[in-house]
Design a binder for this molecule. Sequence first.
Ligand SMILES: NC(=O)C1=CN([C@@H]2O[C@H](COP(=O)(O)OP(=O)(O)OC[C@H]3O[C@@H](n4cnc5c(N)ncnc54)[C@H](O)[C@@H]3O)[C@@H](O)[C@H]2O)C=CC1
Ligand SMILES: CC(=O)C(C)=O
Length: 261
Amino acid sequence: MTVTNKVALVTGAGQGIGRGIALRLAQDGFDIAVADLAVQAEKAAGVITEIEALGRAAVFVSVDVSQRDDVFAAVDAAAQRLGGFDVIVNNAGIAQVTPLSEITEDELDSIFRINVNSVIWGIQAAVAKFDELGRPGKIINAASIASIQGFPILGAYSASKFAVRGITQVAAQELAPKNITVNAYAPGIVGTGMWDLIDEKLSVINGKPRGQNLKENVDGIALGRIETPEDVAKVVSFFAGPDSDYVTGQVLLVDGGMLYN
Ligand SMILES: NC(=O)C1=CN([C@@H]2O[C@H](COP(=O)(O)OP(=O)(O)OC[C@H]3O[C@@H](n4cnc5c(N)ncnc54)[C@H](O)[C@@H]3O)[C@@H](O)[C@H]2O)C=CC1
Ligand SMILES: CC(=O)C(C)=O
């Protein structure tokens, strides 16, 4: 019997939650395509070194997830360079900290292209590759607590994450006949560059000192501490592995106890 390696592509894997997911899936035995913007190549190289130290193969794939052709090319490159394709993690995303009344057309277009269109391009590219290789596969999307409850001043962001939840539910139903599962993780307050930016921008808007908005949000977490990328990666590991074979269309809160469903 030929045993082939398992391959996962993680977008936005140069830093933050994406890096945590890439490292965890490597620990789980996946070879990893570290996909990110070209400007993140140096950080991605560091992630690749960490993955190789775990005994897995890894390659950098330059991608702007808002561009459909880029995403298809990234999936092709990952499959060709790593010798297979089994999992895509549509993780890359941006936040915007703007009251709804002030959001511009350009801002709205930008956040939807990066947070929403990207997920559809990732689903399309992964399905095409699973079909070509004749394998089932797993698709995992980045939602948020803001995909369940709208967050003030994060209005466009919340709307984009509600859309990711909807896409996840629809794709799960459409792709079930191919034995492809589609799920999403919904983190709470994770200590990454994204929250550095949110805290900084909220400070400008509400005049609270730097760090105060982050602290107030963390104070609302039942488990009493800020979330780490590794906390998120454990849920992604479940969705990427065989223990979730009978789970599809779900958005799993991993927020330390902030929202309850
Ligand atoms: N940090 C948090 O508290 C939470 C984050 N999330 C979601 O988790 C995901 C990852 O977030 P973080 O790691 O915190 O963010 P981050 O800002 O630390 O990292 C985002 C990564 O995505 C990449 N990226 C951005 N635009 C891209 C594009 N157009 N094409 C390719 N790559 C692009 C960046 O280069 C970066 O490496 C995002 O979808 C975010 O919305 C969800 C809930 C909470
Ligand atoms: C960044 C994010 O998703 C929230 C709600 O903090």
